[in-house]
Design a protein around this ligand. Structure first.
Ligand SMILES: [Zn+2]
Length: 396
């Protein structure tokens, strides 16, 4: 069976000039790219030959670390820099317009500023205003913030302001006969339902999808559903017990994807409450993976411990739903190369963030430590630590 998943007319709207030069107008999802004008290539802010430090404006180490990492997410910067003479906001009704403009100005400044320090006042003020205007309370100026929440809020907000309606077509669905193929079609259909009306570069590059299967223990009937996700949240099993060994990455992921028992499940076949088992797997990986180690416990403590994350080629294959990725019609590419790591020092009540950036264009990988006003080269051995908190990685 050949499953083909394409986005019709969608990116042709986003990239109208480019699309008009492509007579087919069919851009396979995920393989489509934001096309940069050639002159922009030399201005990419993630060119680490002249890294900029960000001035701390009072407890903004979290935001600075997140901004340094987002700066290195090339599809995001490319989207904002492709035409800086106009705003990419597509929804006049959004209240996130000023935040989008602030991001556009920030990314543009980072390509132009020739000093070693940059003070992101405009962006911090726009973010504070956006948070005040929304129901969200993850951050207030001069207060500590959580980097994982910060990333999710920023990407959700940008998505909210720039999404468009697109037409996604699934080819080859009628030929699906094997159970895995039928599941793949469901995964594609679910993605279409979630995003055809709200498609954005954030969805395109940062969102993955879970497959969730619930099996009735009495009759064996299964039901499956699919859910998108922006950040892979990984627990650290046993981490809150004194003296416990630090688990491996595999043990952390096995805990994240452990089967769960559900009591009182309303089985469609049995027509009565039953015990069921819920299994979750990854049906789609994003181009840019955001992975968060859950170091903060509900009891208000923090779990330290160095997880054996492979910076150059971490595989997520054991937790994948399919052998073949229906979104690419190709074998699953489950290996990731890390380009940024955000680290949290201190306790759950107070702490400090800094981030490590890998220069991915360099043949021999080199790493930078971005710690507010300080940016310096560090040994790769410093990058993964007992305090690694959010990892940014792209598919190899
Ligand atoms: Zn049943």
């Amino acid at each position: 069976m050949r499953l083909r998943f394409s986005l019709l007319g969608s990116l042709s709207k986003i990239e109208s000039r480019v699309a008009s030069e492509i007579p087919t107008c069919i851009l396979p999802l995920l393989l489509s790219k934001v096309v940069l004008p050639p002159t922009l290539n030399c201005l990419m802010p993630n060119d680490d030959t002249n890294p900029l430090a960000l001035v701390n404006l009072g407890n903004t180490c979290c935001l600075n670390s997140v901004l340094q990492a987002l700066l290195r997410c090339e599809p995001l910067t490319a989207f904002f820099l492709k035409d800086t003479t106009r705003t990419p906001v597509t929804r006049p009704a959004t209240n996130k317009g000023p935040l989008v403009s602030a991001f556009q100005a920030f990314f543009a400044d980072m390509t132009r500023v020739s000093t070693r320090h940059y003070t992101p006042t405009g962006l911090v003020n726009a973010l504070a205003a956006a948070v005040r205007a929304s129901d969200s309370d993850w951050w207030a100026p001069r207060q500590q913030a959580d980097a994982a929440e910060c990333i999710q809020y920023i990407l959700d907000s940008l998505h909210d302001a720039v999404y468009r309606q697109v037409r996604i077509t699934i080819h080859g669905a009628d030929e699906a006969t094997l159970p895995e193929q039928r599941s793949q079609v469901k995964a594609l259909q679910s993605w279409t339902q979630f995003f055809a009306k709200e498609y954005s570069p954030i969805v395109e590059h940062f969102y993955g999808q879970y497959q969730i299967i619930i099996r009735c223990e009495t009759c064996g009937h299964t039901s499956e559903r699919y859910e998108p996700w922006l950040m892979l949240k990984v627990p650290i099993p046993g981490g809150d017990q004194a003296g416990a060994a630090v688990p491996t990455f595999k043990e952390c992921m096995d805990a994240a994807f452990a089967a769960e028992t559900i009591s009182g499940y309303a089985c469609d076949t049995c027509k009565s409450p039953q015990t069921a088992t819920m299994t979750t797997r990854i049906s789609k990986l994003p181009n840019i993976l955001l992975l968060n180690f859950k170091r903060f416990t509900n009891a208000g403590s923090k779990i330290r411990g160095q997880i054996d994350w492979d910076l150059s080629a971490q595989s997520l294959r054991p937790w994948m739903a399919f052998q073949r990725c229906p979104f690419r019609d190709a074998p699953v590419a489950a290996k990731f190369r890390t380009f940024a790591v955000i680290e949290h020092h201190g306790s759950a009540r107070s702490g400090h963030y800094r981030m490590f950036a890998g220069a991915s264009t360099n043949a021999s990988p080199s790493w930078l430590e971005c710690d507010d006003e300080s940016v310096r080269a560090v040994d790769v051995g410093n990058v993964v630590s007992p305090d690694s908190y959010v990892i940014f990685a792209r598919t190899k």
